[in-house]
Write a protein that binds this ligand. Sequence first.
Ligand code: GLU
Length: 306
Amino acid sequence: MELDRALREIHREVTPHLGEGRVATYIPALARVDPRRFGMAVATIDGETHVVGEANASFSIQSISKVFTLTLALQQVGSRLWSRVGREPSGTPFNSLVQLEYERGVPRNPFINAGALVVTDVLLFCWGREEALGHILGLIREVAADGHVAVDPEVARSEKASGHRNVALANLIHSFGRFRSDVDEILDLYFHQCAIAMGCAQLARSALFLAAGGRDPGSGRRVISRRRARRINSLMLTCGHYDASGDFAFRVGLPGKSGVGGGILAVAPGRLAAAVWSPALNPQGSSLVGTLALEKLAAKTGLSVF
Ligand code: GLU
């Protein structure tokens, strides 16, 4: 089906469900967002962008930032990363401490909070705080083709003030001697990367390198090797939605990454990237209507990696 028509239909079909689910309240700045908002964008590797709803409204990308920090860490240290973080779905909530204790500070995968904190430590150790944040923003601005993508300082402050579980996770990892940098600096950088804000149209554009074998189709620049792009996609498929990853693979059938700001990024290798935003979340912390919208996109277009 033609993409503009598919997006219009999806918008119409999900509208009765807007507001179902609950916005993230553990980060006070996110609790204030209207749960009924909705935007969606699809960027194709041949340069078209299709949008519906509030596709240009800026929102907090939260854990979707983990896709970009993983890309940077793999660029920097390659497969050495896998001695410090695993590649298995966790089956536990995004901020769970239990598994980390059993597995002695080696997080299951880079997309749960514990794993992302290890990835952040890698970037901090390579570059230091200012430069690492500069590289994260630099990569996102480049692949989004938008130099204005920035951190929302209010969200970063809010998360820092209320991020008790992340502080606990970081200290637990540190207690096993798994970090190289200072715990407070790791947390500060992590909160800032999660507080990056952008719209669906930019976000869809920013994942095209993962749809196009590691090369940004706009600039032609290779961001990461083809093999690593494939692997990031496979981790998004198996681990991108915490303990709802299996359900997302079942319903949507595409690699994806969600964030508690209500955004979800999905990649159809060889074809396109899609981003959706609707702030009310399902119990596992992914956008309820966003998941539904992507399920409908896959059904209407036949897109699937299977
Ligand atoms: N910044 C959030 C946290 O660490 C990210 C979680 C998410 O987006 O899933 O709690």
